[in-house]
Design a protein around this ligand. Structure first.
Ligand SMILES: Nc1ncnc2c1ncn2[C@@H]1O[C@H](COP(=O)(O)OP(=O)(O)O)[C@@H](O)[C@H]1O
Ligand SMILES: [Mg+2]
Length: 220
């Protein structure tokens, strides 16, 4: 029996009006879930609800991940700091998980420094470590955002269309690294993806948002 990380109890996602209603679903350690559905249907809002960034209109989100650093969120717009170096951005991930705040000019402890170095090597951005993020290509920035989340060692990764606009080599590197991290930490991932074939290739579960409902599809 796999460890339960998230349990949605009759959750409605939305703002003034619900977008998705009656969600009853569990997420287990090891799951890689692809969330599919047309633009504007509420996929990002679902991720934000699970992350606790917006409240469900009804129901309850039960999260069994550490409150500090247990959740890694890769937003569609990546949320990187352009003037900070690649290393500085990746380090921000590890700072989330530390028991006290280390401001950017205070070095992170050596264990976390190792996580940062390892993540940069895994994602092939170690040669860019001292470059400001703003000069990097879109694909390289996406690798930085992934390294930041991997270095954080979260129990649950929420990724919003982060494979979009990546070439095949980048998709391979990013997914291989994330999959390794998920195995190593026995964590889980929910990824919103509009490339269906890509998503189905990497996920073990498929959620389709349709008609205001979340429907789990059998994977074949
Ligand atoms: N903060 C907000 N307040 C009100 N409505 C919002 C807000 N954010 C998104 N929406 C609306 O919710 C709907 C679903 O948006 P979103 O979850 O981003 O969909 P998707 O990610 O599937 O494209 C859209 O109609 C969008 O305009
Ligand atoms: Mg979206």
């Amino acid at each position: 029996m796999s460890e339960e990380l998230v349990h949605l109890h009759n959750v409605s996602v939305g703002y003034d009006e619900p977008l998705i209603e009656g969600i009853n679903i569990e997420i287990f350690a090891g799951d890689v879930i692809a969330v599919l559905g047309p633009s504007g249907i509420g996929k990002t809002s679902l991720l934000r609800t699970i992350a606790g960034l917006i409240r469900p209109l009804a129901g309850e989100v039960e999260l069994a991940v550490p409150s500090r650093g247990g959740l890694g969120y890769i937003p569609q717009r990546l949320g990187l700091v352009g003037n900070l170096t690649v290393r500085g951005n990746v380090e921000m991930g590890t700072r989330v998980g530390l028991s006290r705040w280390y401001p950017p000019f205070v070095p992170v402890p050596s264990k976390q420094r190792n996580y940062v170095d390892q993540a940069m090597v895994d994602l092939g951005i170690d040669h860019l470590a001292e470059q400001p993020v703003r000069i990097l290509s879109g694909g390289q920035q996406r690798r930085v955002a992934t390294a930041k989340t991997v270095a954080q060692r979260p129990k649950l990764v929420l990724a919003d269309e982060f494979l979009g606009e990546l070439d095949d080599d980048n998709v391979d590197i990013v997914m291989r690294t994330v999959n390794q991290a998920i195995k190593a930490e026995n964590s889980a991932m929910i990824m919103v993806e509009h490339h269906e074939e890509l998503a189905k290739g990497v996920a073990n579960r498929i959620w389709r948002i349709t008609g205001g409902r979340l429907v789990e599809e059998l994977k074949r």
